[in-house]
Write a protein that binds this ligand. Structure first.
Ligand code: ZN
Length: 191
């Protein structure tokens, strides 16, 4: 491990402790000297284009942010997290659950050609994912909408669960594609 990575690891500890439980999304980018730049989102991680991602600083190496309400078992990097990590040239993107876990991806250095190829692939995946989520929802409503055994709350909960599990399955596929390109994913307990 080189010095700048150690500096980043140390800088992350207090930052992530502070933001992991925030009810809205906070993101902090850290450069190789441990300098921090913070961005406040005003929506949850379902927001498809958080404004703070637009700001690009070439020396910022690691981007961390919280996923409000996420727990260890529901925590995962979103397609957008991966997309923006690649687009903005981060070495590592981290998402935090409120119970102190971190899902992270290490992004390999890549040339511009490979970068665009991957970004296009992810865009394609994103389109299909939205389509699939809509279809999953439609089908679920058709199937359980008229059920007399379930309350409306139970129906909503079940539909959300089905969409989430569809999404998780597809994100696993995206991760597999990226792993073949040298990306490394893991979930860790925060120190
Ligand atoms: Zn995220």
């Amino acid at each position: 491990m080189n010095i700048s990575n150690t500096t980043i690891r140390l800088a992350l500890i207090p930052v992530e402790r502070e933001i992991m439980k925030k009810p809205v999304e906070y993101a902090v980018a850290i450069n190789k000297n441990g300098k921090q730049r913070g961005f406040i989102g005003n929506e949850s991680h379902v927001d498809t284009k958080p404004r703070w991602y637009k700001i690009f600083f070439p020396n910022d190496k690691t981007l961390t942010h919280n996923h409000p309400k996420a727990k260890k078992n529901t925590l995962s990097l979103s397609l957008n997290d991966m997309f923006h990590g690649i687009e903005q040239g981060f070495q590592e993107v981290r998402a935090l659950s409120e119970d102190g876990y971190c899902a992270l991806v290490e992004i390999p250095k890549m040339g511009i050609f490979k970068k665009f190829k991957l970004l296009n692939k992810l865009k394609e995946y994103d389109k299909n994912l939205s389509k699939g989520q809509e279809e999953t929802e439609k089908e679920a409503i058709k199937r359980i909408g008229n059920s007399l055994k379930m309350t409306i709350d139970q129906k909503v909960e079940e539909i959300v669960r089905l969409i989430d599990s569809y999404t998780a399955k597809n994100l696993r596929n995206v991760r597999k594609i990226l792993e073949k390109e040298g990306f490394k994913f893991r979930t860790i307990k925060l120190p």
